[in-house]
Design a protein around this ligand. Sequence first.
Ligand SMILES: [Cu+2]
Length: 228
Amino acid sequence: MSARTTLIGGLTVAVLAVALVISGFGAALAVGGAGQKAAATTTVTTGTNSTSSTPYVVTLVITTNNVYNSTVQAQPAYFMLGPNGLESSANISLPANRLIKLVIICYDDGNASLVLPNDNVVSGTTGNSIYVTSNDNVNASQGPSGIVLNGGQNLTSVPLSEVAHTFTVPALNLNIPVPLSSTVVAYFKVGQAGSYFWFCETRCGFGPDGTLGAMSTSGWMTGSLVAS
Ligand SMILES: [Cu+2]
Protein backbone atom coordinates (compact mmCIF):
# COMPACT_ATOMS: atom_id res chain seq x y z
CA MET A 1 0.00 0.00 0.00
CA SER A 2 1.22 3.48 -0.66
CA ALA A 3 1.88 5.95 2.09
CA ARG A 4 -1.14 8.05 1.25
CA THR A 5 -3.57 5.44 2.51
CA THR A 6 -2.18 6.00 6.00
CA LEU A 7 -3.15 9.69 5.94
CA ILE A 8 -6.25 10.98 7.65
CA GLY A 9 -9.04 10.60 5.19
CA GLY A 10 -6.91 8.12 3.33
CA LEU A 11 -9.74 5.64 3.14
CA THR A 12 -11.85 8.11 1.20
CA VAL A 13 -8.97 8.74 -1.17
CA ALA A 14 -8.39 5.03 -1.65
CA VAL A 15 -12.06 4.31 -2.26
CA LEU A 16 -12.33 7.09 -4.81
CA ALA A 17 -9.15 5.89 -6.50
CA VAL A 18 -10.68 2.43 -6.86
CA ALA A 19 -13.87 3.93 -8.25
CA LEU A 20 -11.88 5.96 -10.74
CA VAL A 21 -9.89 2.93 -11.82
CA ILE A 22 -13.06 0.91 -12.25
CA SER A 23 -14.69 3.66 -14.29
CA GLY A 24 -11.54 3.88 -16.37
CA PHE A 25 -11.67 0.13 -16.81
CA GLY A 26 -15.21 0.35 -18.14
CA ALA A 27 -14.28 3.12 -20.53
CA ALA A 28 -11.31 1.14 -21.77
CA LEU A 29 -13.50 -1.90 -22.31
CA ALA A 30 -15.98 0.14 -24.31
CA VAL A 31 -13.25 1.72 -26.40
CA GLY A 32 -11.52 -1.62 -26.89
CA GLY A 33 -14.71 -3.26 -28.08
CA ALA A 34 -15.45 -0.52 -30.58
CA GLY A 35 -11.87 -0.53 -31.86
CA GLN A 36 -11.85 -4.27 -32.41
CA LYS A 37 -15.13 -4.24 -34.31
CA ALA A 38 -13.84 -1.46 -36.55
CA ALA A 39 -10.60 -3.36 -37.08
CA ALA A 40 -12.44 -6.46 -38.29
CA THR A 41 -14.50 -4.43 -40.74
CA THR A 42 -11.44 -2.68 -42.12
CA THR A 43 -9.58 -5.95 -42.64
CA VAL A 44 -12.43 -7.38 -44.67
CA THR A 45 -12.80 -4.38 -46.93
CA THR A 46 -9.21 -3.31 -47.52
CA GLY A 47 -7.01 -6.37 -47.06
CA THR A 48 -4.48 -7.34 -44.42
CA ASN A 49 -1.50 -5.24 -45.55
CA SER A 50 -3.22 -1.90 -45.69
CA THR A 51 -2.94 0.59 -42.90
CA SER A 52 -6.10 1.67 -41.19
CA SER A 53 -7.01 5.02 -39.75
CA THR A 54 -8.68 3.17 -36.89
CA PRO A 55 -6.17 2.29 -34.17
CA TYR A 56 -5.83 -1.32 -33.14
CA VAL A 57 -6.57 -1.44 -29.42
CA VAL A 58 -4.48 -3.51 -27.01
CA THR A 59 -5.47 -3.39 -23.35
CA LEU A 60 -3.11 -4.56 -20.61
CA VAL A 61 -3.99 -4.90 -16.94
CA ILE A 62 -1.45 -4.88 -14.10
CA THR A 63 -2.55 -6.66 -10.95
CA THR A 64 -0.78 -7.39 -7.68
CA ASN A 65 -0.96 -10.24 -5.18
CA ASN A 66 -0.53 -12.93 -7.83
CA VAL A 67 1.04 -15.91 -6.04
CA TYR A 68 4.31 -16.65 -7.84
CA ASN A 69 5.23 -19.68 -5.71
CA SER A 70 5.28 -20.65 -2.03
CA THR A 71 8.65 -18.93 -1.44
CA VAL A 72 8.23 -15.71 -3.39
CA GLN A 73 4.49 -15.34 -2.70
CA ALA A 74 2.81 -12.23 -4.14
CA GLN A 75 4.16 -10.63 -7.31
CA PRO A 76 2.75 -8.10 -9.76
CA ALA A 77 1.93 -9.19 -13.30
CA TYR A 78 0.84 -7.80 -16.64
CA PHE A 79 -2.16 -9.46 -18.25
CA MET A 80 -3.72 -8.94 -21.65
CA LEU A 81 -7.44 -8.18 -21.73
CA GLY A 82 -9.06 -10.58 -24.18
CA PRO A 83 -12.67 -11.15 -25.21
CA ASN A 84 -13.17 -13.58 -22.32
CA GLY A 85 -11.19 -11.80 -19.64
CA LEU A 86 -7.56 -11.73 -18.62
CA GLU A 87 -5.03 -13.66 -20.68
CA SER A 88 -1.30 -14.22 -20.33
CA SER A 89 0.97 -11.38 -21.42
CA ALA A 90 3.71 -13.81 -22.49
CA ASN A 91 2.86 -13.19 -26.16
CA ILE A 92 1.22 -9.92 -27.05
CA SER A 93 0.13 -10.05 -30.69
CA LEU A 94 -0.65 -6.96 -32.73
CA PRO A 95 -0.50 -5.81 -36.35
CA ALA A 96 2.68 -4.25 -37.79
CA ASN A 97 2.48 -0.92 -39.63
CA ARG A 98 -0.73 0.12 -37.99
CA LEU A 99 -1.40 2.63 -35.26
CA ILE A 100 -1.68 0.83 -31.93
CA LYS A 101 -3.71 2.27 -29.08
CA LEU A 102 -2.24 0.74 -25.96
CA VAL A 103 -4.31 1.04 -22.79
CA ILE A 104 -2.61 0.01 -19.53
CA ILE A 105 -4.80 -0.26 -16.45
CA CYS A 106 -2.60 -0.39 -13.35
CA TYR A 107 -4.15 -1.60 -10.11
CA ASP A 108 -0.79 -1.49 -8.35
CA ASP A 109 -0.71 1.38 -5.86
CA GLY A 110 2.95 0.98 -4.91
CA ASN A 111 6.02 2.83 -6.15
CA ALA A 112 9.11 0.94 -7.37
CA SER A 113 12.61 2.19 -8.18
CA LEU A 114 13.94 2.18 -11.73
CA VAL A 115 16.43 -0.27 -13.20
CA LEU A 116 17.99 2.50 -15.32
CA PRO A 117 17.87 6.29 -15.01
CA ASN A 118 15.41 7.87 -17.47
CA ASP A 119 13.12 4.86 -17.39
CA ASN A 120 10.53 7.36 -16.15
CA VAL A 121 10.78 9.27 -19.47
CA VAL A 122 8.34 8.40 -22.26
CA SER A 123 9.78 7.43 -25.64
CA GLY A 124 8.61 5.80 -28.84
CA THR A 125 4.97 6.90 -28.59
CA THR A 126 3.12 9.49 -30.66
CA GLY A 127 4.36 12.85 -29.38
CA ASN A 128 6.65 11.01 -26.96
CA SER A 129 3.82 11.32 -24.48
CA ILE A 130 1.24 9.28 -22.62
CA TYR A 131 -2.25 10.19 -21.47
CA VAL A 132 -2.83 9.40 -17.81
CA THR A 133 -6.20 9.21 -16.12
CA SER A 134 -7.41 7.90 -12.78
CA ASN A 135 -4.21 8.61 -10.91
CA ASP A 136 -5.19 10.52 -7.79
CA ASN A 137 -1.68 11.89 -7.30
CA VAL A 138 -1.13 13.08 -10.86
CA ASN A 139 -4.71 14.09 -11.61
CA ALA A 140 -6.00 15.41 -8.31
CA SER A 141 -5.10 17.45 -5.29
CA GLN A 142 -6.55 17.66 -1.81
CA GLY A 143 -8.80 20.70 -1.50
CA PRO A 144 -10.41 22.22 1.60
CA SER A 145 -13.62 20.25 1.11
CA GLY A 146 -12.39 17.17 -0.71
CA ILE A 147 -10.52 15.98 -3.72
CA VAL A 148 -10.09 18.38 -6.63
CA LEU A 149 -10.04 16.39 -9.86
CA ASN A 150 -8.03 17.74 -12.74
CA GLY A 151 -8.98 15.20 -15.39
CA GLY A 152 -6.52 13.35 -17.61
CA GLN A 153 -3.08 14.66 -18.33
CA ASN A 154 -0.57 14.27 -21.13
CA LEU A 155 2.84 13.46 -19.66
CA THR A 156 6.25 13.11 -21.25
CA SER A 157 7.69 11.71 -18.02
CA VAL A 158 6.37 10.43 -14.72
CA PRO A 159 7.74 11.66 -11.37
CA LEU A 160 10.01 9.00 -9.83
CA SER A 161 7.78 8.73 -6.78
CA GLU A 162 4.81 7.88 -9.02
CA VAL A 163 6.27 5.09 -11.17
CA ALA A 164 4.91 1.63 -10.45
CA HIS A 165 5.96 -0.25 -13.60
CA THR A 166 7.02 0.41 -17.17
CA PHE A 167 6.15 -1.21 -20.49
CA THR A 168 9.44 -1.12 -22.36
CA VAL A 169 10.47 -2.54 -25.74
CA PRO A 170 14.15 -1.59 -26.20
CA ALA A 171 14.29 -2.68 -29.86
CA LEU A 172 11.48 -0.23 -30.66
CA ASN A 173 12.82 2.52 -28.39
CA LEU A 174 9.43 2.25 -26.69
CA ASN A 175 9.27 3.21 -23.03
CA ILE A 176 5.98 3.76 -21.25
CA PRO A 177 6.27 4.53 -17.52
CA VAL A 178 3.09 3.53 -15.70
CA PRO A 179 2.03 5.59 -12.67
CA LEU A 180 0.59 3.76 -9.69
CA SER A 181 -3.21 3.39 -9.58
CA SER A 182 -3.69 4.79 -13.06
CA THR A 183 -4.90 4.18 -16.57
CA VAL A 184 -2.41 5.03 -19.31
CA VAL A 185 -3.19 5.49 -22.99
CA ALA A 186 -0.34 5.56 -25.52
CA TYR A 187 -0.16 5.38 -29.30
CA PHE A 188 2.67 3.81 -31.27
CA LYS A 189 3.40 1.87 -34.43
CA VAL A 190 5.62 -1.15 -35.01
CA GLY A 191 7.23 -0.46 -38.37
CA GLN A 192 8.62 -3.91 -38.99
CA ALA A 193 7.02 -7.29 -38.38
CA GLY A 194 8.89 -9.40 -35.87
CA SER A 195 9.08 -10.61 -32.30
CA TYR A 196 10.37 -8.13 -29.76
CA PHE A 197 11.05 -8.56 -26.05
CA TRP A 198 9.09 -6.33 -23.70
CA PHE A 199 10.11 -5.70 -20.11
CA CYS A 200 9.13 -3.80 -17.03
CA GLU A 201 12.02 -1.58 -16.00
CA THR A 202 11.21 -1.08 -12.32
CA ARG A 203 12.56 -3.24 -9.52
CA CYS A 204 9.12 -4.68 -8.84
CA GLY A 205 10.14 -8.31 -8.59
CA PHE A 206 11.76 -10.55 -6.00
CA GLY A 207 15.26 -10.80 -4.56
CA PRO A 208 17.78 -8.30 -3.19
CA ASP A 209 17.60 -6.03 -6.24
CA GLY A 210 13.99 -6.75 -7.19
CA THR A 211 14.85 -8.23 -10.58
CA LEU A 212 13.94 -11.85 -9.90
CA GLY A 213 10.52 -13.49 -9.69
CA ALA A 214 8.03 -11.57 -11.82
CA MET A 215 10.78 -9.46 -13.37
CA SER A 216 12.51 -12.47 -14.90
CA THR A 217 9.49 -14.57 -15.87
CA SER A 218 7.63 -14.43 -19.17
CA GLY A 219 3.97 -13.55 -18.73
CA TRP A 220 4.64 -11.59 -15.53
CA MET A 221 6.82 -8.53 -16.08
CA THR A 222 8.36 -9.57 -19.40
CA GLY A 223 7.35 -11.34 -22.57
CA SER A 224 7.23 -11.08 -26.35
CA LEU A 225 5.54 -8.46 -28.49
CA VAL A 226 4.73 -10.17 -31.77
CA ALA A 227 3.96 -7.87 -34.69
CA SER A 228 2.72 -9.44 -37.91
CU1 LIG B 1 7.05 -4.06 -12.95
